[in-house]
Design a protein around this ligand. Structure first.
Ligand code: SF4
Ligand code: SF4
Length: 94
């Protein structure tokens, strides 16, 4: 399942999507948990009793601000979260 976390406002849409099927047997040792400097990822048990990752609730309302250090206006080559998640489960909408 693709789960989307975030919001949209007058300035744009800010969502992180997680392909939770890839989290169930994570091939990266749940590297996302350590990689994010804001520690916004968390393991939860979903409705199917699978352990997957989500974005912590408070971060879902402040993603643009929380991720700004990883996304300087001058540009960036990669993000800690997507680089750490070698299965490719994490995507950003902006
Ligand atoms: S590293 Fe990627 S696949 Fe593994 S638990 Fe984190 S988000 Fe899921
Ligand atoms: S861009 Fe940075 S702060 Fe945002 S989720 Fe990824 S690692 Fe965390």
């Amino acid at each position: 399942m693709i789960a989307n976390y975030g919001y949209k406002d007058g300035s744009g849409e800010y969502y992180i999507s997680i392909d939770t099927d890839k989290c169930i047997d994570c091939a990266a040792g749940r590297a996302c948990l350590e990689a994010c400097p804001k520690q916004m990822f968390e393991v939860i048990t979903d409705d199917y009793d699978d352990e997957v990752i989500w974005v912590k609730k408070p971060n879902c309302r402040t993603l643009a601000y929380d991720c700004s250090a990883c996304k300087p206006a001058a540009g960036y080559a990669s993000l800690p979260c997507t680089a750490a998640c070698t299965p490719g489960a994490i995507k950003h909408s902006w």
